[in-house]
Design a binder for this molecule. Structure first.
Ligand SMILES: Nc1ncnc2c1ncn2[C@@H]1O[C@H](COP(=O)(O)OP(=O)(O)O)[C@@H](O)[C@H]1O
Ligand SMILES: Cc1cn([C@H]2C[C@H](O)[C@@H](COP(=O)(O)O)O2)c(=O)[nH]c1=O
Length: 221
């Protein structure tokens, strides 16, 4: 269960563990960077963490264009150690911004909860609820179980039919696929392998909608 070990006893009140979730493209990374900006400009000291961002290692990147360096969480990273290293360097850690939190291990989510409870660190986690098979990621499941607050992002990502989409379909060579590794880093832009957000009905039907006309077809119309 929760590993209490190397975390310092807090002097103040416990921190909060908040999980912001939604499908791909709903603005999670944008919000992560906005929250960091607002806290930092009030003099709070935070750490940005991510795992397997599309833009490459050790970055939080948003499609709006915001982008910032971040600590890359690996399979064996201990979040206690990451925060402990800051303390040893004489720096406060008031909060953590944890992007792509669906990829964190359950143990890393426990560590984040420990840091909130025992060291008063506020943890802001951002991630997907479900994978391309519409099943919870393990890290997400643990966040749903442990978080003080669960916040579903309100920016709607629309299915091609116009309904709000919550399902992340994996599209391989133009077809929805339901087999393969849970982790496959890719974008929502058209490519041999990409993701498309669909409403439940069209996700379950595997219906990607009418083909989007190419620029050439549009100019002939
Ligand atoms: N050119 C643009 N103008 C305005 N908003 C944009 C533009 N490009 C992307 N966005 C916004 O950015 C959102 C994606 O943000 P991002 O933080 O990358 O999402 P997530 O981390 O959830 O995948 C889109 O849903 C859209 O609202
Ligand atoms: C559904 C699903 C997604 N992924 C990957 C694809 C992207 O690299 C990230 C999500 O990024 P975003 O910031 O939310 O747009 O997750 C995956 O590996 N497996 C999946 O099933």
């Amino acid at each position: 269960m929760a590993a209490a070990r190397s975390v310092r006893v807090p002097t103040g009140s416990p921190g909060m563990l908040r999980f912001f979730y939604g499908p791909m493209d709903c603005g999670k990374s944008t919000l992560a960077l906005q929250i960091n900006h607002n806290h930092a400009r009030q003099g709070r000291h935070g750490l940005l963490l991510t795992k397997l961002d599309r833009a490459g290692s050790a970055r939080i990147s948003s499609r709006v264009g915001l982008d910032a360096p971040a600590f890359e969480v690996g399979a064996d990273t201990d979040l206690h150690e990451v925060v402990g290293a800051e303390w040893r360097a004489g720096r406060r850690v008031d909060y953590l911004i944890c992007d792509e939190a669906q990829f964190y291990t359950c143990e890393q989510i426990e560590q984040a909860a420990d840091l909130a409870d025992r060291a008063g660190v506020d943890v802001y986690a951002f991630g997907l609820a479900t994978d391309f098979r519409s099943e919870l990621f393990p890290g997400t499941k643990r966040l749903f179980e442990l978080a003080d607050e669960l916040i579903r992002l309100q920016v709607e990502v629309l299915c091609w039919c116009g309904r709000p989409g919550q399902q992340n379909a994996r599209v391989v060579k133009g077809e929805v696929t339901r087999t393969g590794d849970q982790i496959l880093v890719a974008d929502t832009d058209a490519a041999d392998v990409h993701y498309q957000v669909l409403c439940r009905r069209h996700y379950r039907d595997g219906d990607l909608g009418p083909a989007v006309p190419t620029a050439g077809q549009l100019s002939l119309a």
